[in-house]
Write a protein that binds this ligand. Sequence first.
Ligand SMILES: Cc1cc2nc3c(=O)[nH]c(=O)nc-3n(C[C@H](O)[C@H](O)[C@H](O)COP(=O)(O)OP(=O)(O)OC[C@H]3O[C@@H](n4cnc5c(N)ncnc54)[C@H](O)[C@@H]3O)c2cc1C
Length: 449
Amino acid sequence: MATSASRLRVAICGAGIGGLTFALALSRYPDIDIDIYEGAQALAEIGAGIGIFPRPWKILQMLGVEADLLKVTETKVTDGPVAAFRYRKSDQREGVEIFTLVTQGSLALFHRADYQQTLLNHLPKRCRIQCSKRLRSYVQRQSNPIELLFEDGTKTHCDILIGADGLKSAVRAGVLGEKAQLAQSEGRWKEASQILTHVNPVWSGTNAYRALIPVEKLMSLAPGHRVLTTPGVQYLGKHGYILAYRISGGTLVNFVAFVSRHHLENTVFNGPWMSMVEPSAFAPLFAHWEPEVQALIACIQEKVMQWAIHTIRPMRSFVSGRVALLGDAAHSMTPHQGSGAGQAIEDAYILATVLGYPGTNRNTVHRALRVYDTIRCPAAYKVMELSRINGRYFTFELDGIDLDTMPPKQQWDSLQHIRKTVVRNWEWAWTTSIDSSVQEAVHLLEGRT
Ligand SMILES: Cc1cc2nc3c(=O)[nH]c(=O)nc-3n(C[C@H](O)[C@H](O)[C@H](O)COP(=O)(O)OP(=O)(O)OC[C@H]3O[C@@H](n4cnc5c(N)ncnc54)[C@H](O)[C@@H]3O)c2cc1C
């Protein structure tokens, strides 16, 4: 129950990376009540790796979780230049090294469950988490408290609702429903139906196949394999690529194979979005690739997780009244810049900053949410587009150019063009910081700009 002294009662729908980071950031303001409603029966991230770039990492430092996160990562985190990933052209018998991605500061690699558990350990007791609480819908009327309706038939109330409920967000459906209703009531019929096209996710045309390989197994099969000695490797080729890096204290290799059919982007995927499939579902594409790739695939004998990567069409706003979206609920993107979670962390920090701002209360919260929207909506969608472009370059989808039919010199020039574009589009993740966004938020809240 909310305390009578609380300045705001905030309900967070979803306890994934975004929801938990937001709860942690908001818990720095003791006069704000926080309730987290998670649809799953228990808090359990799907076992796979996640990379955090220096920009979101600095936020985690500011939230005081750095020391504990360092205990569960293989990465030796530093502020200096780091060779984060090696890129190879691998869709041939003998692979070719294209470049090494050097970041300023480390890309910290985690097992998702370790990351989630660390955040949970830091959440103060006053943040109440309830599992098996799947939000069905909400009702928001003028200045009344927002009513939350759950699948189990129960109801509760809050001042502000934050939808951190991921790709298939129920809160996003509510936000867009409200916007469409308003457009309809003002006779903007076409706009109303256009708004509703953003409710359902669309397939990106790419499937990811994820497996965890015991390092010992790779060592015995292929001693000296590049993945055993390098922070991370990306094996690129036509229509797909493979990402491999060590996690969980160096005991496991996080393996992800991407298979892309870009012409099917924004279509409907036929079949379950997540399912366990035989390695034969992805292995044929890589059959003629270099031996290092074959060694990794040979380590995978069990079924793997097939993940049909879905995104949402960019919306004009993350906010409706006193309801706001964050993370995948707002901007589910392809994983080709390894930044979906990073963007959720940025949303979480800025949203907590504007809600925690001393002048924010039940009467002024609309303004705070507008500031959040102004800053985060364009920024997140820019990253979403850059990630999409990376996905094309990693699979050699270069405006009709076919690398394999080119003379060697021209092919090398094209590979270097890929390098330059990928690095230029990605540098924001280690050359910029959240500080300027925080300053902008405070300026806007103070009415100084
Ligand atoms: C293959 C792959 C690799 C990736 N690698 C990276 C990477 O290296 N770095 C990176 O930054 N990002 C990466 N991402 C993206 C990242 O995983 C997501 O962007 C991130 O997990 C989003 O977090 P979230 O909290 O917004 O959503 P989620 O993690 O989806 O959490 C949503 C939560 O809400 C709950 N929920 C859903 N509906 C309801 C409801 N109605 N009521 C209550 N609760 C509900 C869910 O159970 C879940 O716990 C990758 C994604 C993929 C697919």
